[in-house]
Ligand binder design. Structure first.
Ligand code: CA
Length: 226
């Protein structure tokens, strides 16, 4: 049974999420402020974290930053409509997805399922991609650059393996979102751009001149063909 940590100070929202997810066969633990959230993350080792951005004591972005220092556990942010800038920052820090309040529990559950599936690897796409010093194992979700293991979030991993499986092929941002099983919704351009920016940073590695992901102006992105 997958264990989900809900970090949210509004008791009513916590109860709704808990009831729904327990019926879906998840085990749910909760924390009511940012500090408690970090403690629960360290002690309970959840499989996924649902993280509200507006939290007492320690804000959601700070919590996400702390978690990312030691773990790539999937994080789904709960955000308000007015928090667009924070949402982008959250994705930059390494959160995997977000839902905007008010959200439907069905939608949240669908996002959870998608993020967990991605982080657990999808068996039908098993294989190894090895290109120019970059090694991607889509079964074990391991990525190495010049022999050094890289820490990627599930979304970054999906984007990179989608691009690397099709070197030379240009993808639109919308196409990429579809490939990784995300709905092409609002702000999709910025979200893909943010993830690609993070990926490029992680891919700089020892040989800085290698640009694996190329920008295709007016279209989107493609993986470099050697
Ligand atoms: Ca809150």
């Amino acid at each position: 049974m997958k264990k989900i940590l809900v970090v949210e100070d509004e008791g009513k929202i916590v109860r709704l999420i808990r009831d729904y997810l327990e019926k879906e066969d998840y085990s749910v633990i909760d924390a009511r402020d940012g500090e408690e959230g970090l403690t629960a993350f360290q002690r309970q080792e959840p499989d996924l974290i649902i993280l509200d951005l507006m939290l007492p004591k320690l804000g959601g972005l700070e919590v996400a930053k702390e978690i990312r220092k030691e773990s790539q556990v999937p994080i789904i942010m709960l955000t308000a409509k007015s928090e667009e800038a924070d949402r982008v920052t959250g994705l930059e820090i390494g959160a995997d997805d977000y839902v905007t309040k008010p959200f439907s529990l069905r939608e949240l559950a669908a996002r959870i399922k998608a993020v967990l599936r991605r982080s657990g690897g999808s068996p039908e796409e098993s294989g190894v991609i090895d290109r120019g010093g970059l090694y991607i194992n889509t079964e074990s979700h391991r990525v190495e650059l010049d022999g050094e293991e890289l820490d990627l979030t599930p979304t970054e991993f999906d984007l990179l393996s989608t691009l690397a499986e099709n070197p030379g092929r240009a993808f639109t941002r919308k196409g990429l979102l579809e490939e990784i099983g995300r709905y092409p919704g609002e702000n999709m351009t910025r979200i893909i751009d943010t993830h690609v920016k993070n990926l490029r940073k992680k891919l700089e590695g020892s040989e800085g001149e290698k640009e694996f992901i190329e920008t295709v102006h007016g279209v989107g992105y493609r993986f470099r063909r050697d």
